[in-house]
Design a protein around this ligand. Structure first.
Ligand SMILES: [Zn+2]
Ligand SMILES: [Zn+2]
Length: 102
């Protein structure tokens, strides 16, 4: 997360509850299931190097994860493919094939 923040990633906090402070919001965004899935995929060598990471989510990917994955695809030089409830998102080199319209 530090690496992608250095690249310019800014957490999108607007979908979250108002009662928690900004630092807590930021921390809780890191624990979204799709981000954990990417982290485990990268750390655990689940997907061989050079191969895309594939994630399936039965809900719609949230705005912040979509934003984060754009940056993660740059930092890790990996393609990340997320199938969510609405469509396929294919992140590569900082962009998504949905045109980043999320
Ligand atoms: Zn999320
Ligand atoms: Zn997308």
């Amino acid at each position: 997360m530090d690496e992608i923040e250095n690249l310019g990633y800014v957490p999108i906090l607007d979908e979250m509850l108002h009662e928690v402070d900004a630092e807590e919001k930021r921390a809780s965004l890191w624990h979204h299931s799709e981000k954990l899935a990417v982290a485990f995929g990268l750390l655990g060598g689940v997907a061989p190097p050079g191969k895309p990471l594939r994630i399936v989510k039965n809900l719609r990917i949230c705005k912040d994860c979509h934003e984060a994955f754009r940056y993660i695809s740059t930092v890790t030089e990996r393609e990340i493919i997320v199938r969510d409830a609405h469509r396929y998102h294919r992140f590569s080199n900082g962009t998504c094939n949905c045109g980043n319209i999320w």
